[in-house]
Design a protein around this ligand. Structure first.
Ligand SMILES: O=C1O[C@H]([C@@H](O)CO)C(O)=C1O
Length: 544
């Protein structure tokens, strides 16, 4: 079945947390509509860029784009940006059930609000390893009152100005900001789109599947519902060995499905809350929504009688690592993993000062996209369109001290890891201290593939020692996004079996903007004829 959408992308004045601000919207809405389809369906989205003065591109996060690498939606990697006034049509197949996301992938535009969810259901007759009565989608976000332009300009300025912590956390596009903190006239609790929090209704006794996704730009979150524990059953489109939790740590770019039973006192309402973890949340109030039972006499708009839950200690890294380590494939859905890798990349992130600018580098290289999208440049053999020298597979892991800021400068460039088609690649992400002497959380997202999550560890991964023995090769979960925790490492394995050019990057919008990503290529010669609609910029001018 084909699903057709016509999307007008435009700026609109929105006040999701009562502060009025320009937001990039889909057909006037931010977040955009949820795309719903069944396994094997084709999605066709005609994107009309009505931003007047700004380009756009939309990435379908978690969709592997098998055979359609030009539809991945990353401006600079898989296509030229969509210019104001232009229409670009994405067409792709949803080939695995689960919960996925979409968002802008042009500069830092995602910060301005263009995001939403994709729900792919199983076909009739397919039995999932759990059951439920109804479902709700829960899209988590963070929100700034500064414009995306101010944020991007600060990051690329000398002196460097970081984006600061978000003013609000959003749940399905709604947040709560204390207006008394804002300059008068900018914030008003009676603005129509801010007056009420998101309401989730529940029928007493029913079991709900919550499809939770995070598209925060910076924040790592903990999501919980007062008095209602969760059973985690799906992650990034893969069934997990179910585990119970009071709440869920979720990182930007991840999705989880959890089961929640509506078995509490139906005569009152309950808070659902998101809290910042991993960074100091003192500037960011928790996100709040309300769970209300459909029960005679219960008023859905009555605030819950209790104080919202406070969430865990934001700086307790250990409990977050513990959750990461508790996620395994469901025993009946273990995807067989190749026993060993053909190639291992040890990728160290450092924060560096390059020509007076603060950048993130991976093995010394800060990624900057070339003017010609990689996919076009590589398929057409435009060798001077991007850096030909490959980036390093390893960093100097013997001598590098991860608890000290980077001692050396890096370079800014556009090199590519060229992977043999069909080969198995291990990637060990290694964290280190930024220039401020702190190690941060970095959720890494791989385009075009899922990876097996081999493990998370503390300190420095040492390939020569017995670090490999710590890895789970028995029932690793597959995901497309995984956190790299502070002061630690994360190891993943994937099969480079999807011809195309694929970004692998930190999903913190400011960090990828500062260069925290790498590009993989495999089998680009096997990619079918490129649509001319992805061309028109850089050396592909005139090929449009
Ligand atoms: O990328 C970042 O820059 C600042 C700080 O590290 C500057 O040194 C910060 O908190 C980030 O997440």
């Amino acid at each position: 079945k084909e699903h057709h959408y016509e999307w007008d992308i435009s700026y609109q004045l929105k006040s999701p947390d009562c502060f009025e601000k320009l937001a990039v919207t889909v057909n006037g809405e931010a977040p955009g509509p949820t795309i719903r389809a069944t396994l094997g369906d084709t999605i066709v989205v005609a994107v009309h860029n009505k931003l007047e003065t700004e380009n756009t591109a939309i990435h379908w996060h978690g969709i592997r784009q098998i055979g359609t690498p030009w539809a991945d939606g990353v401006a600079g990697v898989t296509q030229c940006p969509i210019l104001p006034g232009e229409t670009f049509t994405y067409k792709f197949v949803v080939d695995r059930p689960g919960t996925y996301l979409y968002h802008a992938h042009y500069g830092m535009q995602r910060v301005a609000g263009l995001n939403g969810m994709i729900v792919v259901t199983v076909p009739d007759g397919f039995v999932e390893p759990f059951s439920y009565d109804e479902e709700h989608t829960v899209l988590l976000g963070d929100w700034w009152h500064k414009s995306v332009y101010e944020q991007a300009t600060g990051l690329s300025s000398n002196p460097f100005v970081f984006v600061t912590e978000p003013q609000s956390l959003l749940i399905n596009g709604r947040g709560m900001f204390n207006c008394s903190l804002a300059p008068s006239g900018t914030c008003n609790a009676s603005l129509p789109d801010c007056a009420l929090p998101t309401l989730f209704t529940a029928v007493p006794g029913k079991t709900y599947l919550l499809r939770i996704g995070s598209l925060t730009s910076l924040s790592s979150l903990y999501f919980e519902i007062e008095g209602h524990p969760m059973m985690v059953v799906e992650a990034d489109g893969h069934y997990v060995r179910p585990f119970a939790a009071r709440g869920l740590f979720i990182y930007s770019g991840e999705t989880y499905s959890v089961l929640v039973k509506a078995d509490q006192d139906p005569r009152r309402n309950y808070w659902a809350a998101s809290h910042v973890v991993g960074r100091n949340p003192s500037q960011t109030p928790s996100g709040k929504a309300v769970v209300s039972y459909a029960f005679n006499g219960n008023n859905p708009w009555m605030p819950p009688p209790t104080a919202p839950p406070a969430g865990p200690a934001w700086n307790n890294t250990a409990i977050r690592v513990e959750q990461s380590r508790a996620i395994f494939a469901h025993p009946r859905f273990v995807e067989p993993m190749p026993a060993r890798a053909d190639r291992t990349l040890l990728l160290l992130n450092t924060q560096n000062r390059i020509d007076g600018h603060i950048k993130w580098t991976i093995n010394g290289v800060s990624l900057m996209f070339p003017a010609t999208p990689y996919l076009v440049a590589m398929k057409r053999g435009m060798k001077d369109a991007y850096e030909q020298r490959p980036p390093p597979d390893m960093y100097d892991h013997m001598s590098h001290d991860i608890s000290a800021p980077a001692p050396t400068n890096g370079t800014v460039g556009s090199p590519v890891y060229r992977l043999a088609l069909g080969s198995v690649v291990d990637v060990v992400l290694q964290n280190s201290n930024a220039l401020n002497n702190k190690s941060e959380t970095h959720p890494w997202h791989l385009h075009g593939h899922d990876f097996w999550v081999l493990g998370h560890g503390e300190g420095k991964f040492n390939p020569a020692a017995d670090a490999w023995r710590l890895l789970n090769v028995r029932d690793p979960i597959m995901k497309n996004t995984v956190p790299l925790h502070p002061d630690g490492w994360t190891a993943v394995r994937f099969r480079a079996d999807n011809p195309g050019v694929w970004l692998f990057h930190c999903h913190v919008e400011a960090h990828v903007f500062m260069g925290m990503g790498v590009v993989f290529e495999e089998g680009v010669e096997r990619v079918g004829r490129l649509p001319s609609s992805i061309m028109g910029c850089g050396q592909s001018k005139g090929l449009h």
